[in-house]
Design a protein around this ligand. Structure first.
Ligand code: BTN
Length: 325
């Protein structure tokens, strides 16, 4: 997405609801009428549909699907999550950006700040893996300062998986499920990933960075060879592009709803929702955990997020982290 030369204040001032004259824009931003007209042409090139009337001026008919903060703010109904959004065209990793910023300037972010990027050059996945993040996806981090004990970190991750399933299903009605611990999958192929990172003292959390990656408008060939066949995108499933802005808005709204429950220490409904949507439960699986292979039937998940496996000899083990093979 090339935003070079785009006057963001002009763009944010334009409205879907009413016409704004060229003269008003020119006075408001101290630029000539010709410069206003050039801005409109650039926006049209980006994919905005703008109605232009000699007398009434300009009105946005439909926006381009750009993850610019004001596009997300336009129809976002939250009190805290996403009230402050930082957008980057290209960044190493939104999670790294969040962590580094908090390290340097502790009060820079507020509760629920979102860092979002069109491209990540060093996107990170779980267990030190690379998360391939080209243009077309949704790569974002939600920064939280919860007044919760550090054991809540795994609950925040489980909750985020539930949020993703809910918002994706509401918009697209596709059979999306959760694969333990925190992959969101469709027919076994990975659609979204979650990377939750935090800094904590023994009894309190300093901050949490919830990294969310959604393979939104990625084509099959956009995926690197090693994950092709294991990953999938919404574009591939629906055979058409989706509005990333709309999905981000719904995701942030659902996140706020569930995060509110968690803050009230009401984890049971979230866990129930997780279980209802789990593709892992009830299956015979093999897990790689701490270099060990464990095989058995996945029978439950604990409130700490551990997967309960019943091994062949009927002995049960709780596994807190690992990868289902
Ligand atoms: C996984 O391995 O499944 C987790 C992938 C998480 C990817 C997201 S994209 C936004 C955020 N920034 C990162 O570098 N990673 C997370």
């Amino acid at each position: 997405m090339n935003l070079k030369g785009i006057n963001i204040p002009v763009l944010s001032y334009l409205s879907e609801k009413k016409f704004i004259t060229g003269r008003e824009l020119s006075n408001q931003f101290g630029i000539s009428r010709v410069a206003v007209w050039k801005q409109i042409q650039k926006l049209k090139k980006l994919g905005y549909i703008i109605s232009a009337d000699n007398k009434k001026g300009y009105r946005i008919v439909s926006s381009a699907d750009i993850l610019l903060p004001h596009e997300i703010y336009r129809n976002l109904h939250t009190k805290c999550i996403g009230k402050q959004i930082f957008y980057y065209n290209k960044v190493t990793s939104t999670n790294s950006m969040a962590k580094e910023t908090i390290k340097d300037k502790k009060d820079y972010f507020q509760e629920g700040t979102v860092i979002i990027a069109d491209i990540q050059t060093a996107g990170r996945g779980r267990l030190g893996r690379t998360w391939y993040s080209p243009l077309g996806g949704i790569w974002l981090t939600i920064v939280l300062f919860p007044n919760l004990e550090p054991v809540y970190i795994s609950k925040i991750t489980l909750m985020t998986a539930v949020v993703l399933v809910q918002s994706i299903r509401k918009l697209y009605d596709i059979p999306v499920q959760i694969k333990w611990p925190n992959d969101v999958v469709v027919k076994g192929k990975k659609l979204c990933g979650i990377l939750t990172e935090m800094a904590a003292e023994s009894d309190c959390i300093n901050y949490v960075a919830v990294g969310i990656g959604v393979n939104a408008n990625l084509k099959g060939e956009d995926f690197p060879k090693d994950v092709r066949g294991k990953s999938i995108s919404l574009l591939e499933i629906l055979e058409k592009s989706i509005s990333r802005v709309k999905l981000v808005q719904l995701l942030l709204e659902d996140f706020e709803k569930y995060y509110h429950l968690l803050q009230q220490q009401q984890f049971t409904p979230i866990l129930q929702e997780w279980k209802l949507n789990a593709e892992t439960l009830g299956k015979n699986i093999t897990i790689l955990s701490a270099g060990q292979k464990i095989t058995g039937k996945a029978i439950d998940i604990t409130s700490e997020g551990a997967l309960v496996i019943r091994k062949e000899g009927r002995e049960t083990v709780n596994i807190l982290s690992g990868t289902v093979q």
